[in-house]
Design a protein around this ligand. Structure first.
Ligand code: S6P
Ligand code: ZN
Length: 202
């Protein structure tokens, strides 16, 4: 039987003293996700920069176990759109997740398959609950620092990137001269693409 264990995660870099996997996602792996394709191509030409990293404290992928880890979204923009994670639904869609803000600021962009959307602030000390059925993507809205979060979710949840890769989230987060703004994603479209179904936007 497993024994209880502790992992130290210490500022300023928040890299766990031990971890199962270190995932590094670069700009090239987010092809088709940013709305300004020209800005994406010219940034990629300058170099395949690291957009975000994840240190996983993985557990066996069975019900009852909890996986956790540290997510670090670096600061940057593709045109006017902030650096962000790919985002996903859980394969076992009725599984939830908790995020805890450790450093920096940003937002969690979320939506359900039924077309409901929500965008919530993430700041140090914020405990963000992503309910079952809500796809989630972290966005770093700071111009000068990482967004660092701790996440915990059922280890059997799995990741489903399919529909997000095809059409993105309903809402995107952009800089339009006076801080971050949440706007509609033109790629999303459809009958549920309007403002009416959106809740929790700030
Ligand atoms: C897992 C959890 C995080 C994300 C990570 C990267 O359920 O939500 O570990 O995997 O933040 O995001 P993504 O969308 O590339 O998996
Ligand atoms: Zn997740």
């Amino acid at each position: 039987m497993d024994q209880p264990s502790t992992v130290q995660i210490t500022p300023p870099d928040f890299v766990p003293e031990r971890f199962a996997n270190h995932i590094v996602r670069r700009l090239s792996m987010l092809e088709g996700q940013f709305h300004d394709e020209g800005a994406y191509a010219s940034l990629l030409e300058k170099g395949d920069t690291v957009v975000y990293e994840v240190y996983e404290l993985s557990r066996p992928e069975v019900a009852g176990e909890l996986s956790s880890g540290i997510s670090i979204v670096h600061s940057g923009r593709v045109g006017d759109e902030y650096f962000m994670t790919k985002g996903h639904f859980h394969k076992v869609i009725d599984t939830a997740e908790v995020y805890y803000g450790l450093k920096g600021h940003g937002v969690m962009v979320m939506e359900t398959p039924e077309g409901e959307a929500s965008v919530q602030d993430i700041r140090p000390g914020a405990v963000l609950y992503v309910p079952p059925r809500w796809a989630h993507r972290s966005v770093n809205t700071s111009d000068d620092g990482d967004l660092v979060t701790l996440f915990v979710y059922p280890a059997h949840a799995g990741h489903d990137y399919g529909s997000i890769e095809t059409r993105g989230f309903r809402k995107i987060v952009v800089e339009r001269g006076h801080g971050s703004e949440i706007v509609d994603n033109d790629r999303w479209g459809g009958a549920n693409g309007g403002e009416d179904a959106v809740s929790g936007l700030r």
